[in-house]
Ligand binder design. Sequence first.
Ligand code: APR
Length: 316
Amino acid sequence: MRRAKISIIGAGNVGATCAHWAAAKELGDIVLVDIPDKEGVAKGKALDLLCCGPIERFDSNITGTSDYKDIRGSDVVIVTAGIPRKPGMSRDDLIQTNVRIVKSVSEQIAEYAPEAIVILVSNPLDAMVYTAWKATGFPTNRIVGQAGALDVARFRAFLAMEIGCSIEDITALLLGGHGDTMVPLPRLTSAHGIPVSELLSSEKINACVERAKMGGGEIVKLMGTSAYYAPASGSIQMAEAIIKDKKRIIPCAAYCEKEFGVGGYFIGVPAVLGSGGVEKIIEIKLESAEQKLMSESIAHVKDLVKVVCDLFPELA
Ligand code: APR
């Protein structure tokens, strides 16, 4: 059987941690790509991780490079290139630098891995997904953003801590952009089928919603840089669903035309991920208060896309 190939662009905190999770799950061979100045870092991290194989018992080949030719034949490319947040910054503050980086990275992906499914992780995520779509020219099913996998994991973790039950037993749904306007849906959140409203007061649920929304910022404040374990874990959950054609339902930034009244933007929605990338978007009926929050989130994503188009009119 042919091994899958996963290329990870950016060998920093998120990229290297993606490589770590992917190797641990033995998803396939891994290529870590960074800029020429950091080629040694990419090569060194790849070699260090490869040497875990005998202990952790995975056979993945892991290499580092600054040459985009090495991503040829990738099934999945994960884009983590870009600057992370510092305390006091919002994800949106990164847009000017990261849109330039993600545009150039996307052009290389289009040239060397034209059949790949691309998972965007760089922030502000909703703007980066749009940039990659325009700069690669790939069909919308092969461009997807990692946000919901992380945001819903944070929401689940905070709820489990509050309820005092296993994180594994919480299932939840979350929509919208990857920022303060994300829309966790307590109505569709349960502990092994038991609605969370049966287990927690509305004040406690709201506190978990707010903590999930600000979870990234909470970590930036503690560490001085943005999170990477859970963002990488969410990205590899998506890569695994695609590589193994699992048809998993994962909230992710997918292109929506009519769904949820989005009108032609990438935004967080429940999507089926399989070997075709985003194979289906699952549209659910929202209550009016939920739709109002979703519409506010869509408006915010549109504003971000406008900034991208003002910076690079060729991406409009
Ligand atoms: N090609 C490849 N790698 C690049 C490029 C490029 N054109 N430009 C920058 N990089 C690399 C940097 O050299 C660096 O090694 O991307 C890496 C980013 O790593 P970190 O600075 O550690 O940032 P990280 O914490 O990994 O976050 C990366 O993911 O979650 C988001 O908000 C986060 O936008 C940020 C991104």
